[in-house]
Design a protein around this ligand. Sequence first.
Ligand SMILES: [Zn+2]
Ligand SMILES: [Zn+2]
Ligand SMILES: [Zn+2]
Length: 165
Amino acid sequence: MVKNKDEEKSGDAEVCPKCGSPLGEITTTKDGRKIQRCSTGSWNPETRKVEGCTYVRWFGSEPETLDEKCPKCGAPLLLVTTRSGKKLKKCSTSSWDPKTRQATGCDFVEWQKGSIVALDEDCPVCGEKLVLFTTSSGKKLKKCSTNKWDPKTRKAIGCEYAVWM
Ligand SMILES: [Zn+2]
Ligand SMILES: [Zn+2]
Ligand SMILES: [Zn+2]
């Protein structure tokens, strides 16, 4: 059974991963996104800099109803962005019951993975082709096609050329 770990964790008191202070209140930015700063950090609009701890957590947007049907039960699917910025599709009939700590309804979940597109550009470092990597959170990274992640050593191998777009 697949569970959404982010939902399971909700309700825990949370501390800043940078400095260990409690996190501040969740605020909404001008463009409607939710953020939570470390309680020891604050945005100074005059200097346009963060004073104190710079930790900021961005929250995912509200679930979006997709024009796609659940392959299991035929109900519409939702596109959900988790707190950590990952995207998943899930069935609109499913929900998390905090009392029983169990998912109810249809259990269809499909995590959205990043995608890789080959580019017709050469790496300025080694001359191999570049690829455009789009993360599950929608960020784009141009990197050398010889650059790979080795899960065994937990290190990147190959050419290190990479630029965030
Ligand atoms: Zn902090
Ligand atoms: Zn379903
Ligand atoms: Zn390269």
